[in-house]
Design a protein around this ligand. Structure first.
Ligand SMILES: O=C(O)C(=O)C[C@H](O)[C@H](O)CO
Ligand SMILES: [Mg+2]
Length: 402
């Protein structure tokens, strides 16, 4: 099965997505997500100008060889742009192989390890009471796991709070927005939020929280310790992960489980954290960590150390990534949870898909391939709109991690 053509489709049905479509001489096509929030066109150009010319005429069945070719052959290894481009090719090739064999993708990985993938929803409110209510709404919808983020009195730039209707979309049109972040009120407030949640909903539901890289290591340790009575499923990205020794410090102080990795691109970013058993969940995603081929390697390494998966699944990963992630989740033996932030209805229209939510779990469906398509005619109606992620500053103006 030879690759005859490939092209990049950039579309903005509510937000920007970059999709790679590969077509073969057998009349089949496969698609992969290449979206890198706020830096979309860099990946689009990487694919169009540098990768696609290398794909034409190659055997679409040789997924591993093509992965190695694009990784080692670039010479400039790793990085979000390169790895998102490789991921798009890899995902499209897995989609193609599964379609050629007439099976859902999870069958190629080794078949089902479970009946469905537990997903966690995003609940957020402008204040504590609203956040508690939002969590309740998700529990009523059947979610077994909910992430809670709340506005804090006097802090303008809290991460994860929706602007309207509770819907949370961090990228804004045009240039980056700046917001002011204050650590101390956050450290005082957050245990109160989880105390209120446990008081109202008991110890049954899984509760998660994303710190979004905003604390220093010792502050993160303090937060983890103060959250222990509320038995979180995880505390995510408690501190930036460039210096991975920081996680040893956090571990020395708290047994609150730690999840890291949504900004990781390769197994090399994860290796020391996993081998040192400094984290409990690895959040690398299909799109940002080199596709299914590479994510599988990360998950296998993690399994040796009792680290489970918790793949990133915010709305800036397209439904194509979500579909692939759900096949992966159905197979991966050391599955933890999959993030699920529902896309806007318009996005779902542009990307028709076989996956579905049922009683707290998601199912990728039985369609051959990963089960997600792109309606190119509809996609063309929503051209790219420049948008960027915000930045955060401390009250004195110091630039901080957003
Ligand atoms: O979903 C999460 O856990 C996130 O942290 C979402 C990120 O802010 C988002 O994907 C950035 O593009
Ligand atoms: Mg996160």
């Amino acid at each position: 099965m030879k690759i005859e053509s490939a092209r990049v489709i950039v579309t903005c049905p509510g937000r920007n997505f970059v999709t790679l479509k590969i077509e073969t001489d057998q009349g089949l096509h496969g698609i992969g997500d290449a979206t890198l929030n706020g830096r979309e066109l860099a990946v689009a150009s990487y694919l169009t100008d540098h990768v696609i010319p290398c794909l034409i005429g190659r055997d679409a069945h040789r997924i591993e060889d093509l992965w190695q070719f694009l990784y080692k052959g670039a010479y400039w290894r790793r990085g979000p742009v390169t790895m998102a481009a490789i991921a798009a090719v890899d995902t499209a090739l897995w989609d193609l192989k599964a379609k050629a064999l007439g099976v859902p993708l999870y069958q190629l990985l080794g078949g089902r390890s479970r009946d469905g993938a537990m997903v966690y929803a995003h609940a957020n409110g402008r204040d504590l009471a609203e956040t508690v209510d939002r969590v309740g709404e998700y529990l009523e919808k059947g979610y077994k796991a909910v992430r809670a983020q709340s506005g804090i009195p006097g802090v303008a730039g809290v991460y994860g709070i929706g602007k309207k209707d509770g819907h949370y979309e961090p990228a804004t049109k045009g240039l980056p927005q700046e917001s002011i972040w204050a650590t101390e009120p956050y450290l005082d407030f957050t245990p109160k939020l989880f105390e209120a949640l446990r008081d109202k909903y008991g110890m049954g539901p899984h509760l998660l929280h994303d710190v979004h890289h905003r604390l220093t290591p010792i502050e993160a340790a303090r937060l983890g310790k103060s959250l222990e009575p509320y038995r979180l499923f995880w505390m995510e990205d408690p501190t930036p992960a460039e210096n991975q020794e920081s996680f040893r410090l956090i571990r020395q102080h708290t047994v609150t489980p730690v999840a890291v990795g949504e900004v990781f691109n390769t197994i090399w970013d994860c290796k020391d954290l996993i081998e040192g058993q400094l984290i409990d969940y690895i959040r690398a995603s299909v799109v940002h960590a080199g596709g299914i081929t590479h994510l599988r390697r990360i998950a296998d390494l993690a399994a040796l150390y009792g680290v489970r998966t918790g793949c990133h699944g915010a709305t800036d990963m397209s439904p194509v990534c979500m579909g692939a992630a759900l096949h992966f989740a159905l197979w991966v033996p050391n599955f933890g949870v999959q993030e699920h932030m529902a896309h806007e209805p318009l996005t779902d229209e542009v990307f028709p898909h076989a996956y579905r939510f049922e009683d707290g779990y998601m199912h990728p469906g039985e369609t051959p391939g990963h089960g997600v398509e792109i309606d190119e005619t509809l996609a063309a109606k929503y051209p790219y709109e420049p948008a960027q992620l915000p930045v955060a500053r401390l009250p004195d103006g110091t630039l901080w991690s957003w």
